[in-house]
Structures are given as structure tokens and as C-alpha cells.
Design a protein. Structure first.
Length: 351
């Protein structure tokens, strides 16, 4: 699969794109919650094909998502294209791949320079795209290049991934330091699921299957100390480790909990499961409603809930401070002029 080359266009006017840089907006008065469509061409036109599975940088400038847009020639491929959207300039940059492939949900570094993802189905590979160099590389250590990308640190220098073979790509859990090339085996000969890294990569939260179901742990990579988060709470799922490593937000038994790593205690923050969280683990996106498609942003500290919209989110879909959430939706009434009859990527400004 080869996507079209990046579509070049003039910068979008901020009034059209709704994009703002945090530095420029630091002193601006707060704005009312609003929704914009992200899956658009450089000049702002809607894409002619479905878009889904979005991740966003902490500063909100870059959004990566999969698409089958015809104008990007992605409809000619068996699977989808993975593209990176600059919300300030409007530019769409296809992430290169040497052959037909499917894509796992993207996870972006804080500044959006690096985009982690899983490529492939028959033989999946943990990949990392560098926006500055234009290179998309397998981050698995030699002999461990088959697996799934699970987490990217805020600075983009550390990744967590599973490895194995094409039939058991989640057999081992590893952490790779991209600056030094060092590769650490966290656990092997098992099953490893969701994972999250602290900002500096020193702490790793991860899911693994135990005797009583799926459990969640946090490993201090410097000392080797390991803490279980979900003891007695039921099967675990989503987990987000705060950048400072003090809190872990996680789901167990269909409920959402916050774990204070200094006190060693968990408290329930919602009776619904979270699907995504901000980098500081303070804001979580809950799935509510009878069909689980009503998205709500929860302030874990105050309990305040802010509607996001109808649709679905991926783990890396909330910006710093919970200021914005990207999500996939088939709704045609979220923004004016949505007539492509397909799913799109939207961004909800919560304030």
C-alpha cells in the first residue's frame, strides 16, 4: 500500500480550521466548547472516504488517523492509509509503508514528532514514524521485530512493545530506549496487553493475564519494583500512567479507578469504563449511553463531566489538560457541510 504524497496547500485560516497553538493562546480568554472536523484536505475540503482511529499530540497540533479517502488514493489499497494532519497548516502527510498493511491506533509523542503504531496483520510489526526525518522504522530489537506497539513516552525516546511470532505477537513485553538502543525484557512467555509509560520512560504500566484474569501492574524500571493496581477489582483493561508517574488511571470490572502510587491506594472515579485519558491522567473519556457511544470527558479530580459527542475514541486521543478530544463518528450533524456519508475524525474543544 502506498498513499499519495503529502497534499500541499496554503495554510488554513484559524477561523476555518479552529487550530491554535498553546503558546499563542496562553493569554486568550476561554472559548465555549465547540467541534471541528479534522479529517479534511489541506484546503479544508472534506475527504471522500471513511476515516477512523485517531491519536493526537499533547499540544493538540498534530493528529494521526487512518483513512480510505479516494483523493489520497487510499481507496486503491486493500487496507487504509495512515496520515498525519498538521492542524495549523492543514497539511496531510502520509506515513510511508513498503507494502499493503493495516494499521494499529497511532500513539503520538508530546510534540507530535514521533508516531507509534502497529503495521500489518499476518505479521504485525511495532513501528515508529519520525516527522522530521520522514522515516518509518521497526522499533523491535533484532530478532523481536514481530509484535505490537503498546506505548510511546512523552519525549518519544522510549517505546513499549510486545514481541513473539505471527501467531503469538503478544507473548513478550519489552521496552526499547531509542537513544541508546538498549532493550529490556519486562516479561515473557505469556500474554501482554495495554501499556503506558511515564514521561521519562522510567515507569511502565501494563496489563498481563494471570490466574484470575487480566491484571495491571506498574514496574519501576530502575529498581525493578512492581506494584499491582487492580487487586480484587476484576478483569482489567485500559490503563494510563500520569506523566509524572504519581497516578495511574485504569479500568477494572467495567469501572474506572485512579491509583495513587505514593499511597498505594485505588479509588473509584466512575462506574463506567474509560477508553482514553489525558497525559497527566486527570481527564478521562468515558463511554456512556445505552449503546456505549456517548462520549463524556470526566475531570477525575472534581467529578465534572463535559459532553464530547457520539462516537469512539482511542487511548491516545486526549490533549494535555483535557482541552481537546479527537474521536471517530458517523454523525453528520456535528459540523456544517458534512455530506460524505462516512465516518470522520472530529476534535471537540472542551473549553
Amino acid at each position: 500500500m502506498r498513499c499519495a504524497k503529502a497534499l500541499l496547500g496554503t495554510a488554513l485560516a484559524l477561523a476555518v480550521s479552529g487550530a491554535t497553538l498553546p503558546a499563542a493562546a496562553a493569554d486568550a480568554p476561554p472559548r465555549a466548547p465547540r467541534t471541528e472536523r479534522v479529517s479534511t484536505a489541506a484546503e479544508g475540503a472534506q475527504l471522500d472516504g471513511r476515516s477512523l482511529d485517531a491519536g493526537i499530540s499533547a499540544d493538540g497540533r498534530y493528529v494521526a488517523f487512518a483513512t480510505k479517502a479516494e483523493r489520497l488514493r487510499c481507496h486503491q489499497q486493500t487496507y487504509t492509509c495512515l496520515v498525519l494532519k498538521d492542524r495549523v497548516t492543514g497539511e496531510l502527510t502520509p506515513i510511508p509503508n513498503d507494502g499493503d498493511s493495516s494499521w494499529g491506533t497511532p500513539l503520538l509523542s508530546r510534540d507530535g514528532r514521533r508516531v507509534g503504531h502497529t503495521a500489518g496483520t499476518k505479521s504485525p510489526a511495532p513501528m515508529l514514524y519520525d516527522r522530521e526525518t520522514g522515516r518509518n522504522v521497526n522499533v523491535g530489537a533484532p530478532g523481536h521485530g514481530t509484535g505490537l506497539l503498546r506505548a510511546v513516552s512523552a519525549d518519544g525516546d522510549t517505546v513499549a512493545y510486545t514481541s513473539g511470532d505471527r501467531f503469538r505477537p503478544t507473548q513478550n513485553l519489552r521496552v526499547r530506549d531509542l537513544a541508546t538502543g538498549a532493550d529490556e525484557l519486562i516479561g515473557g512467555d505469556g500474554w501482554f496487553g495495554a501499556a503506558s509509560l511515564s514521561a521519562d520512560g522510567g515507569l511502565l504500566a501494563y496489563a498481563t493475564r494471570g490466574a484470575d484474569g487480566v491484571d495491571l501492574f506498574v514496574r519501576d524500571r530502575a529498581t525493578g519494583a512492581t506494584t499491582q493496581l487492580d487487586r480484587g477489582l476484576g478483569d482489567a483493561g485500559f490503563v494510563r500512567l500520569a506523566g509524572n508517574g504519581r497516578t495511574a488511571l485504569f479500568v477494572a470490572g467495567g469501572r474506572t479507578y485512579a491509583y495513587d502510587l505514593r499511597k498505594g491506594a485505588a479509588r473509584e472515579v466512575a462506574d463506567r469504563p474509560a477508553e482514553a485519558a489525558s497525559p497527566d491522567a486527570r481527564y478521562a473519556v468515558l463511554t456512556e449511553g445505552a449503546d456505549g457511544t456517548a462520549l463524556t470527558l470526566l475531570d477525575v479530580r472534581t467529578g465534572r463531566r463535559t459532553p464530547v459527542g457520539p462516537g469512539a475514541v482511542a487511548p491516545g486521543s486526549v490533549t494535555a489538560g483535557g482541552r481537546a478530544v479527537v474521536f471517530t463518528s458517523a454523525a453528520a450533524d456535528l459540523v456544517p457541510g458534512d455530506t460524505n456519508g462516512s465516518t470522520d475524525i472530529f476534535l471537540r474543544h472542551t473549553r
